[in-house]
Design a protein around this ligand. Structure first.
Ligand code: MG
Length: 340
């Protein structure tokens, strides 16, 4: 089940930099300006620097970045790590310093070693798409086969959910795990592959970890996809591919969700950082949204983003999956609940 193969198409950093020359970071207030230089740009005009008392002859210090630019170290660039690996999804940083991601086109979960090599982690993967850790350190998978599964340390695959009210799930796409172990996942139809939509809607579900009871929380989104939780777990975020929006749903004490609120661009995977910002996959790259719906800025890509995950030794490196590759950029943020 865990089989290693030769690396198909790793790019050297130099080549990668050349190939992503068009990829830039832009504050959204300036994104429409074609002359925007390829550098971290603030979404809003920088506040005037405070006048500080200086001694004669001293050089005034450079004002610290604010807004969107403050989310990245100076000089941060988008790097293309792998190209020609098909449609990728589900990036998840492992505690041992490796990164797994789903190579959807090849039915493989791939792993990037700590030496940068690419090999297979799970082959075949049964259509594994999104990944998240449960709170016991196991990897959970949303599978296009119609299941949500848990990968045990010995390679055993345990099915957590595969049907709702006796009908087969469509094609679970992505998932998030609350601190009490509750799993929330989306179930659009992208992976039906000719199968009938038995349930008749594209739901967002809550899976109770103790009873394995499945509850359909949301039934009226046309194509729910990415999913995440606010740091205080009071809000569930869901992106919908058809509506191309991220929506915020208040999570009620009785387990239901309240009325949805549109936040901003989003068609696929998302994550929430420790300050509550939502990093959202979109056709033009990754947007960073506030819980109030302000679009702080864009990590521009030449192809649509499909999912995001934070990792690296300090948890601040953002990995971005796309329609053909895997990208990364260093940030100054960490995930609210890393890997969950
Ligand atoms: Mg997805």
């Amino acid at each position: 089940m865990f089989r290693r193969t030769a690396s198909p198409s790793r790019l050297t950093p130099g080549i990668a930099t050349a190939l992503i020359a068009a990829s830039v970071l832009t504050g959204c207030a300036q994104a429409a300006q074609p002359t925007q230089p390829p550098a971290v740009a603030s979404a809003t005009p920088a506040a005037p620097a405070a006048t500080e008392p200086t001694t004669a002859g001293a050089t005034p210090s450079t004002p610290a970045p604010t807004g969107f630019a403050a989310l990245f170290p100076e000089g941060a660039k988008v790097e293309l790590l792998f190209d020609n690996v098909g449609f990728t999804e589900g990036p998840l940083w492992l505690p041992d310093g490796r990164l797994i991601f789903s190579r959807m086109s090849d039915n493989i979960v791939a792993v990037v070693g700590d030496d940068g090599s690419l090999s297979d982690y799970l082959n075949p993967s049964n259509g594994a798409n999104g990944h998240a850790f449960d709170w016991n350190g196991n990897i959970l998978q949303a599978e296009h086969s119609g299941r949500v599964t848990r990968l045990e340390a010995d390679g055993t695959v345990t099915v957590l959910a595969e049907s709702f009210e006796g009908k087969r799930l469509n094609s679970p796409n992505d998932l998030v795990v609350r601190s009490d172990g509750t799993v929330f996942f989306t179930d659009p139809t992208f992976g039906l592959n000719g199968r009938e939509n038995e349930i008749g809607f594209q739901g967002v579900y809550r899976l109770d970890p103790a009873t394995q009871t499945l509850t359909a929380l949301i039934r009226d989104l046309p194509m729910p996809n990415g999913i995440g939780l606010s740091p205080d777990e009071s809000t569930l975020y869901v992106s919908d591919t058809t509506l191309a929006q991220v929506f915020a749903f208040p999570l009620n004490a009785d387990g239901t969700v309240g009325e949805r609120r549109a936040l901003g661009p989003g068609i696929d995977g998302l994550l929430v950082d420790s300050e509550g910002r939502i990093w959202s996959s979109a056709p033009d790259g990754v947007h960073v949204l506030t819980p109030d719906g302000e679009d702080l800025g864009l990590i521009a890509l030449s192809q649509g983003a499909t999912n995001v995950g934070l990792g690296g030794a300090d948890g601040r490196r953002l990995f971005i999956t796309t329609s053909t590759g895997l990208y990364a950029i260093d940030t100054l943020v960490v995930e609210a609940a890393p890997g969950h």
